[in-house]
Design a protein around this ligand. Structure first.
Ligand SMILES: NC(=O)c1ccc[n+]([C@@H]2O[C@H](COP(=O)([O-])OP(=O)(O)OC[C@H]3O[C@@H](n4cnc5c(N)ncnc54)[C@H](O)[C@@H]3O)[C@@H](O)[C@H]2O)c1
Length: 345
């Protein structure tokens, strides 16, 4: 089959990681890049050796020789650009969070179904070597029935502002730490749990660090959030996220089943043998970088997977339905926080 001809819209850090991924993939070819910022567009197109550049994404989408696009723009533009791209007959790899809310994700999924195009969400932690290894272990039944997980992505201090401060403006971001980095940890552990159907959310979101951003910057998002999410199969996940709090930062990724458990960052497996608890460090602490479909950079694995799905050679890992359910969980945390009640999904 011929190469998948790709283009990237939005050339911030993730946009460039997508470019690197496509350029490393033998079945893909990057044919165009797009950004509203002309100097950045010129700089990135030169750096990556891409001749065709667009400021207006509509003009790029009109090109018949583009099969697929990466949408790597601020959160408020995910839905519009994804829908326009699908309507133009392109396959779409959309950055996280899937959308501003579940309603947008529903519309995006509907458009992908109607147009019979691939819509994949760029949930990059699914492509980490540790995640791929653990997923294989869980699929093989090594941990038994999974019934609980902890997912955390926390920073002691680390509030991103982004271009024109969009990260801290709810109208353009949809939320703060929870929707920005909490979504990564939540998605990773939910994926390892087997994406069970979420049924209830109880959560709190806090905004306590407005004083740390420059004067005049609109700041109306959460800088920390916690939640308890329950699933239809009885499994439960505890989620925490922070951009800033007076606690240490770092990742928490733990999952437990009836036969064993695991913690990540670094990976450790907890089991029991002959009545004695047993801790195992796979690979002696060095996960082989090539584990799964990841040749070193998780974005390589992510973009290669997207290309393989378009070529009919792989089953989509991060589906439009996953995008809807992820946004339902995040919407649920914000709704629970503002009402003070558990939200039934
Ligand atoms: N996967 C990850 O680890 C990861 C990391 C960072 C950000 N992200 C996500 O990637 C997205 C972009 O984040 P960022 O940090 O690059 O933001 P950014 O503000 O640094 O860059 C976004 C770029 O998009 C361009 N842009 C905006 N609207 C556009 C439009 N209509 N047409 C063309 N270009 C447009 C801007 O000019 C800018 O260059 C966000 O959704 C963010 O959540 C993902």
């Amino acid at each position: 089959m011929k190469k998948v001809r790709t283009a990237v819209i939005g050339l911030g850090w993730p946009g460039k990681e997508h470019l690197k991924g496509y350029q490393a993939c033998p079945h893909a070819e990057v044919v165009a890049v797009c950004d509203l910022d002309e100097p950045l567009l010129a700089h990135v197109s030169t750096e990556f050796g891409i001749k065709r550049t667009f400021i207006d994404y509509h003009k790029m989408l009109a090109c018949d020789d583009i099969d697929a696009v990466s949408v790597c723009v601020p959160n408020h533009a995910h839905a519009a650009l994804t829908i326009d791209s699908l309507a133009a007959g392109k396959h779409v790899l959309c950055e996280k969070p899937p959308a501003m809310n579940a309603a947008e994700a529903v519309t995006m999924a509907g458009m992908a179904t109607r147009g019979q195009r691939t819509l994949m969400y760029a949930m990059v932690m699914r492509f980490y070597p540790e995640t791929r290894y653990l997923r294989d272990l869980i699929d093989a039944g090594e941990l038994g029935d999974i019934y609980l997980a902890k997912a955390g992505y926390t920073r002691r201090r680390g509030i991103p502002l982004g271009r024109n401060n969009w990260f801290v403006d709810k109208e353009r971001s949809g939320g703060g730490a929870l929707i920005d980095i909490g979504v990564h940890a939540l998605d990773c552990m939910w994926y390892l749990m087997g994406t069970p159907k979420p049924v209830s959310v109880s959560g709190s979101a806090f905004s306590k660090f407005a004083h740390t951003v420059p004067a005049g910057v609109k700041y109306d998002v959460d800088d920390a959030a916690m939640a308890l999410i329950k699933f239809a199969n009885g499994a439960t996940l505890f989620l925490e996220a922070s951009w800033a709090w007076n606690l240490p930062g770092g990742p928490t990724k733990m999952i437990a089943g009836t036969r064993g458990g695991a913690s990540m960052d670094p990976l450790k497996i907890y089991t029991e043998k002959n009545g004695i608890v047993l801790d195992t460090v796979p690979g002696g602490g060095n996960m082989p970088e090539g584990y799964g479909n990841n040749p070193g950079n998780p974005f390589f694995g992510e973009t290669a997977h997207f290309v393989n799905v378009i070529r009919g050679e792989a089953q989509l890992l991060a589906t439009p339905e996953h995008g809807i359910q992820l946004m339902q969980m995040l919407d649920g945390v914000y709704a629970s926080s503002s009402t003070g009640k558990e939200v039934r999904l």
